[in-house]
Design a protein around this ligand. Structure first.
Ligand SMILES: NC(=O)C1=CN([C@@H]2O[C@H](COP(=O)(O)OP(=O)(O)OC[C@H]3O[C@@H](n4cnc5c(N)ncnc54)[C@H](OP(=O)(O)O)[C@@H]3O)[C@@H](O)[C@H]2O)[C@@H](O)CC1
Ligand SMILES: [K+]
Length: 504
């Protein structure tokens, strides 16, 4: 059901509605009827036959959806009451819907003439159809008071399209916003609904298709899920030798942080790589050797804090042995990191850039413009180091930051890690929304870099390897019995179970 779901800005959603109506001739009322039917069908598993519903309608087509929902609920035997906006504010579709509910004698009263408090306290649930994608300014006056009263009522709320008051792009409440138990995203999910600010307002997010032709969403971001990826993962032939599954080199580590490169390496080995070597300062080589007997270690000249400035000279001659390089985990930000990154990017291998090497890439963006693929895996702060954008700019419009970066660096796959992780490549965006505090722990990012590196060894398409890596990483976290005691090491333990679901 979540296969190929578009994720849109409010403007893209409104444009798709308009094109469906004007270019494809699908009447607006047909879309609205599908929207209302889809919402009612989903609501029915959450309400009881004797419940009274209060449908609160705003002045536009979101309000019109509310009236259509009231009619369908009433037709199915549910008792509903309606709160209306003033009649001089109604959209033309809303007037049509009102005419029908009046003919059916469903109880309705204008907001300005009704006492809202008793209505809220006598109902069992509320349908929030006040504002949708047409919210154009901050909420004041009677609508502010209405939303505050809805939130204070303690009744479960079903929000239609978007919780009223939420900015569909940023998820920031415009003065105030409805706190929903369920949100029915009509046609597409809006970016604001999967943002750290907006998601808590949405409660359980449902997507309701309304008959907008899918061709209208071809260029938009797509929801990443197991079913959207399953068919694309290549088979692993049992007759191949280890070299066919990739030879990877992990470059990282320092005396302060030997664990990061160790976890990334371990995750890489558990993600299907054929051969793995690590390139670490020789001061920590023994630590890595004792942690895993599977990994070949190469000790490079060390300084007090990590790699020496000349360590890159030891990297240069061995690069041609590897198909994939991963650089950054636990290596610290220093001139030696710059030199090692520049050397790694001068090779023909796919390069995964994580952690401390990301800031270095941000200082030298032209190094990224090479023929072979680059996969970068920043979190918000690292994305700021990479692009020069402020963390606030990235947080409010992460899709914009990823889109501009990918347009400027066509051979780079960018994985922006956040509440919703965005994977961008050229003009494609793929989004995983599966927030989980089990992943908000040190080491999670190192494990992701290791998984993506391991997958890049045998899945030659870097965009696919990055998407698959993000998905299995999240699925491994979902296996947590509880997020409190779960650690990044448990992620690695769970990989076997997760891969079993894709690769038999
Ligand atoms: N055919 C279609 O297109 C389909 C659309 N569909 C549904 O329609 C929704 C979009 O409908 P919409 O464009 O009418 O916008 P909507 O969110 O109802 O609000 C606009 C009204 O609110 C007003 N207003 C805005 N901000 C305000 C504020 N802060 N405080 C006070 N007033 C404010 C604004 O006033 P104005 O800015 O014009 O002065 C205008 O009157 C969409 O989310 C989906 O639910 C689906 O049924 C599928 C088919
Ligand atoms: K709404």
């Amino acid at each position: 059901m979540w296969n190929s779901i578009p994720i849109c800005t409010s403007e893209q959603a409104r444009l798709a509605d308009q094109k469906a109506i004007c270019d494809y001739g699908i009447p607006s009322l047909v879309l609205m009827e599908r929207a209302a039917l889809g919402c009612v069908e989903r609501m029915q598993s959450h309400i009881h036959p004797n419940d009274t519903g209060l449908i609160v309608c705003g002045p536009g087509n979101n309000g019109a959806d509310g009236l259509a929902i009231a009619r369908l609920l009433s037709e199915r035997g549910f008792f509903v009451k309606i709160v209306l906006p003033d009649s001089n504010q109604m959209s033309s579709d809303e007037k049509v819907q009102l005419h029908i509910v009046q003919k059916l004698a469903i109880e309705a009263c204008p907001l300005s003439a009704c006492s809202l408090e008793p209505l809220l306290h006598s109902c069992d649930y509320i349908v929030d159809a006040i504002f949708g994608s047409g919210l154009s300014r901050a909420i004041h006056g009677q609508w502010y008071e209405t939303i505050a009263a809805i939130n204070a009522s303690g009744r479960p709320v079903f929000s239609i399209d978007i919780p009223s008051g939420l900015d569909g792009n940023t998820g920031i409440a415009q003065g105030i916003a409805v706190k929903a138990a369920h949100t029915f995203a009509l046609d597409c999910v809006k970016w604001g609904e999967i943002s750290p600010e907006g998601a808590p307002y949405c409660g359980m997010l449902h997507r309701v298709p309304i008959g907008i032709p899918s061709v209208l969403h071809e260029k938009e971001a797509k929801w990443l899920s197991k079913s959207s990826l399953c068919q694309k993962i290549p088979k692993r032939s049992p007759f191949q030798h280890k070299g066919a599954f990739g030879r990877a080199l992990m470059i990282g580590g320092s005396p302060q942080m030997p664990g990061a490169v160790s976890m990334a390496s371990s995750a890489c080995f558990h993600s299907g790589i054929g051969l793995l070597s690590v390139f670490v300062p020789d001061s920590i080589q023994t630590i890595l050797q004792t942690r895993s007997s599977l990994i070949m270690t190469i000790g490079a000249e060390a300084s007090k804090d990590g790699f020496s400035l000349t360590a890159y000279q030891q990297l240069q001659p061995i690069l041609s042995r590897f198909d994939v390089l991963c650089i950054g985990n636990g290596m610290g930000k220093s001139p030696s990191t710059d030199a090692l990154l520049q050397t790694a990017l001068s090779s023909d291998a796919t390069v995964v850039i994580d952690a401390d090497a990301i800031a270095s890439a941000g200082q030298h963006p032209f190094w990224l413009d090479r023929e072979a693929p680059v996969i970068l895996t920043p979190h918000i702060k690292e994305m700021s180091d990479l692009t020069g954008l402020s963390m606030q700019e990235i947080k409010t419009r992460p899709y914009k930051a990823v889109t501009s970066f990918c347009a400027a660096h066509p051979n780079c796959v960018l994985v922006l890690k956040s509440c919703a992780t965005i994977i961008g490549y050229r003009n494609q965006l793929s989004v995983l929304f599966s927030p989980n505090s089990a992943l908000s722990k040190g080491g999670s990012g190192d494990v992701l870099a290791g998984i993506v590196t391991g997958l890049s060894g045998w899945i030659k398409d870097p965009f696919l390897a990055a998407q698959f890596g993000v998905l299995v990483h999240s699925m491994a976290a979902k296996q947590a019995a509880n997020p409190v005691s779960f650690t990044a090491l448990d992620l690695i333990q769970n990989l076997d179970f997760v891969f079993e679901q894709f690769i038999k």
